[in-house]
Design a protein around this ligand. Structure first.
Ligand SMILES: [Ca+2]
Ligand SMILES: [Ca+2]
Length: 309
């Protein structure tokens, strides 16, 4: 084997085996059927399968349940696909979940002409699918094969899909328990849990004053060594809502037995990620140390707080 061959082998080896375990965010998602509600001006497009919002979903646009229609997912190069997490219905709330069709069976079709058909339980929670064996692919098609019938509409909805390699979730710490210092009208739709549920379109809203000085205490469930922190703040479902209510402008993060770290948050919609000085802790107290004032409401919104190892 000459030096060039060795170099090429090493290069191919690097391409075939991902350097680290992670979630694969698709480069594009298309569908061969899309429901457009012309009256309301809403397109239930396939981009909504990967927008991190549970209230936004893809709905097939057939008069039927859309069986045989598919979603086409492309990755940025080859990835190891081993696990898929799916929210296979309309996840706005229990009522809408029941009124729409839910996914019962889907079939994965891979570029090497192999396929795998899997069943999904009829329950309103994210479900994990583990492929019989991991596939190295740059794309996959997902066909609707069977549905659970909705009570009102013969429309099949999928709120979100995520793709992972063998290691599964290695992103933000999940299953975080959150205690908020106050909650808007004690309303469970805006409790502390909404700030760490993975969804950008669910919010914790404070219940006292402007939100300055309020805290969210996060219990990570075990000691973790945290390396990044991400936050989305403001009522960011539209520009005008965002400007209307209070946003976090600065946070102070307090840990178990380690110095606090303070971050200035840009006054912008969407998720912002910060590098932490790595810290090992089982709890994080997020103190809202500065806020930006809304034009019309004195309520503070936090969509997400995420900590990654
Ligand atoms: Ca979505
Ligand atoms: Ca949320």
């Amino acid at each position: 084997m000459n030096r060039l061959t060795i170099a090429l082998t090493a290069l191919i080896g690097l391409i075939a085996v991902p350097a680290s375990a992670k979630q694969h965010v698709p480069a594009s998602v298309d569908a061969n059927s899309v429901y457009v509600d012309a009256e309301k001006g809403i397109t239930y497009g396939p981009d909504k399968l990967v927008d991190q919002m549970k209230g936004e979903m893809w709905i097939e646009g057939e008069g039927s349940a859309g069986l045989g229609k598919y979603i086409s997912v492309k990755f940025d190069g080859e990835v190891e696909l081993a696990k898929i997490r799916i929210w296979g219905g309309c996840f706005i709330d229990k009522e809408y979940w029941e009124r729409h069709n839910r996914v019962h069976e889907i079939e994965f079709k891979f570029p090497d002409f192999t396929s795998e058909r899997v069943a999904i339980e009829d329950k309103m929670e994210a479900q994990w699918i583990t492929l019989k064996e991991p596939k190295t692919v740059s794309s996959v098609k997902i066909y609707l094969r069977a549905v659970y019938k909705g009570t009102t509409w013969n429309d099949t909805a999928i709120s979100e899909i995520q793709f992972f390699d063998k290691a599964g979730v290695e992103g933000p710490v999940e299953g975080v328990d959150v205690t908020a210092s106050s909650i808007y009208h004690d309303d469970k739709d805006y409790d502390g849990a909404k700030a760490a549920d993975g969804w950008l379109d669910t919010w914790w809203v404070d219940g006292e004053g402007s939100g300055k000085g309020q805290t969210l205490e996060l219990d990570l469930g075990a000691q973790k060594t945290l390396k990044t922190f991400a936050i989305s703040t403001g009522f960011d479902s539209s520009e005008s809502f965002f400007e209307g209510s209070n946003r976090v402008a600065q946070v102070k993060l307090e840990f178990d037995g380690a110095p606090a770290q303070t971050f200035d948050v840009e006054d912008a919609m969407g998720l912002q990620t910060f590098e932490l000085s790595p810290v090992t802790t089982s709890k994080v107290k997020v103190v809202v140390s500065k806020i930006a004032k809304g034009k019309s409401h004195d309520d503070l919104y936090v969509g997400e707080l995420r900590f990654s190892e």
